[in-house]
Design a protein around this ligand. Structure first.
Ligand code: RFL
Ligand code: PHB
Length: 392
C-alpha cells in the first residue's frame, strides 16, 4: 500500500489530522491497533480550549459538540476551608467547553468511515523505517499478516506507548521526564454534577476534582497513592473521601450528590517531553511526543494544537511545494508544549498533597493558591493558560 501521509494511531491527534488532510485533498491512511469499540469507549479528557473547539468545527466535527458541549466561564478553587472562583470570561474574554474525548473520537471516526480516508482498525504498526531517507515506510500487522505502508511522510500519533518515537535514533533524542508520587482514581457516576463549574480542591488529605460529562453524569477524581488497587476503594469509601476533600467551601449549603458509580480507573501522573518532534520524514504529534499530568486539562488540547500546525504545514506543502512550515513545526509545537508542561506542573504541585509533605511546603502551596484567589494578575495568568494561549 502507498500513500502521501501515513498516520499511526486513531486517537484525537491522528483522526483530526486525517480529516484536515482529507479536506485539503491530501491522501493519507490511518493505522490503529485497537478496534473501533475500544477507542470510542476509552475514558479520558473532558475539557476543551476554545481553539480545540474551533479546530473541530473547522473540519465539520462541530455539530454534536455545539449541541451537547457545556460552555464553562470559569472554575472554582477550594482550599483551606474557602472557595474562590476564577472567572475566565472576565479575565481573558475566553471560555472553555466540556465535551468528552470519547465523543470527539466517535464524531471523527464516523466522518472518516463515511467520507474517507482509509482507517484500518486492528492494524498494529511494528516499526517505522527509512525516516531519514526519501522513502519512509511503516511496517504493520493486520489480520494476521505483515504488510508495509509506503509513504512520503509519516506522522506518529500513536500515544505514549506507541512505536513512532523510538524511530528517532536514541543518540538524537532527548527526553525530559518527571513522575509524581500520586495517581488519580477517576470515577463516572450517574448523578447530576454537584456544581455548574469544575471544582479543583486541595483537601487536607489530598486533591479532588469535580468534573462532568453531561447534566446527568458526573466525572470525579481523587488523589491516591501510586500503585493503588481500585478494588480497595469501594464506592462508599470514594464518596466519603470526596466529601471530606470538597468540604468547607464557603457555601454551607453545598453538598456532594452521590449516585451509582459506573466506572473506576487509575491514572498515574507524569510529565514527559521528547525532543525533537521530527526526524527526517517522521513527525511526532500528541501524546507520542509529550505527556502532562491532567490537572491542567492540557493533554488533548496540546495534541490538537500539534495537528493544527501539521495540517497547515502539509497544506502549504501541497499548494506551494514549500516545506517551510514543516521545518518550523518542531520548534513551534515545543514552545507551546513547554508552556503547558510548566502550567500542568504548577497546577499539580499546588493542588496535590505529596506523601510526607512538610509544613513549610504546605504553606508555600497554600500561599500560591491564596495569591491566585486574591490577585487579579495571578488569576489572569492561570485563566490565560487554562483557556489556551494564542495559536502563535
Ligand atoms: P491517544 O489518545 O493515546 O491515541 C493514540 C492512538 O494510537 C494507537 N496506537 C497504535 N496504533 C497503531 N500501531 C501502534 N503501534 C499503536 N500504538 C498506539 C492507540 O490505540 C490510540 O488509539 O493519543 P493522542 O491522539 O495524542 O491524544 C492525546 C489525548 O488522548 C490525551 O492527551 C488526553 O486524554 C489527556 N487528558 C486530558 N487532556 C485534556 O486536554 N483535557 C483533559 O481534561 C484531560 N483529562 C486526560 C484527562 C488523560 C487522562 N488519562 C487517562 C491519561 C484525564 C485523564 C484521566
Ligand atoms: C475531565 O473532565 O476528565 C477533566 C477535566 C479537567 C481536568 C482533568 C480531567 O483538569
Amino acid at each position: 500500500m502507498r500513500t502521501t501521509v501515513g498516520i499511526i494511531g486513531a486517537g484525537p491527534a491522528g483522526l483530526l489530522l486525517a480529516r484536515q488532510l482529507h479536506l485539503a485533498g491530501i491522501d493519507c491512511v490511518v493505522l490503529e491497533n485497537r478496534d473501533r469499540a475500544y477507542i470510542e469507549a476509552r475514558q479520558r479528557a473532558g475539557m476543551l480550549e476554545a481553539g480545540t473547539v474551533e479546530a473541530l468545527r473547522a473540519v465539520g466535527a462541530g455539530s454534536r459538540l455545539d449541541a451537547e458541549g457545556l460552555e464553562h466561564h470559569g472554575i472554582e478553587l477550594r482550599f483551606d476551608g474557602t472557595s474562590h472562583r476564577v472567572d475566565f470570561r472576565a479575565l481573558t474574554g475566553r471560555t472553555v467547553t466540556v465535551y468528552a474525548q470519547t465523543e470527539i473520537v466517535k464524531d471523527l471516526v464516523a466522518l472518516q468511515l463515511a467520507e474517507g480516508p482509509p482507517l484500518f482498525f486492528g492494524a498494529e504498526a511494528v516499526a517505522v523505517e527509512g525516516a531519514d531517507g526519501g522513502s519512509p515506510r511503516v511496517r504493520y500487522r493486520h489480520e494476521g499478516r505483515e504488510a508495509t505502508l509506503e509513504c512520503d511522510w509519516i506522522v506518529g500519533c500513536d500515544g505514549f506507548h506507541g512505536v513512532a518515537r523510538s524511530a528517532v535514533p536514541a543518540a538524537l533524542r532527548t527526553t525530559y521526564e518527571r513522575d509524581y508520587p500520586f495517581s488519580w482514581l477517576g470515577i463516572l457516576a450517574d448523578v447530576a454534577p454537584s456544581s455548574d463549574e469544575l471544582v479543583y480542591a486541595r483537601g487536607a488529605t489530598g486533591f479532588a476534582l469535580l468534573s462532568m460529562r453531561s447534566p446527568t453524569v458526573s466525572r470525579l477524581y481523587l488523589q491516591v497513592p501510586n500503585g493503588t488497587d481500585p478494588a480497595d476503594w469501594p464506592d462508599e469509601r470514594i464518596w466519603d473521601e470526596l466529601d471530606a476533600r470538597f468540604a468547607a467551601g464557603s457555601d454551607p449549603d453545598w453538598t456532594l450528590r452521590r449516585g451509582p458509580v459506573t466506572s473506576k480507573t487509575l491514572t498515574p501522573m507524569r510529565s514527559f517531553v521528547c525532543e525533537p518532534m521530527r526526524h527526517g520524514r517522521l513527525l511526532l504529534a500528541g501524546d507520542a511526543a509529550h505527556i502532562v499530568p491532567p490537572t491542567g486539562a492540557k493533554g488533548l488540547n496540546l495534541a490538537v494544537f500539534d495537528v493544527r500546525l501539521l495540517g497547515r504545514a502539509f497544506e502549504a506543502l501541497h499548494r506551494t511545494g514549500s516545506t517551510a512550515l514543516l521545518d518550523a513545526y518542531p520548534r513551534a509545537a515545543l514552545r507551546r508544549v513547554w508552556q503547558a508542561t510548566r502550567f500542568s506542573y504548577d497546577m499539580t504541585t499546588m493542588l496535590h498533597v505529596p506523601p510526607g509533605e512538610s509544613d513549610f511546603d504546605r504553606r508555600i502551596e497554600l500561599t500560591r493558591l491564596e495569591r491566585i484567589a486574591t490577585s487579579r494578575d495571578a488569576a489572569a495568568e492561570l485563566a490565560a493558560q487554562y483557556t489556551g494561549l494564542p495559536l502563535e
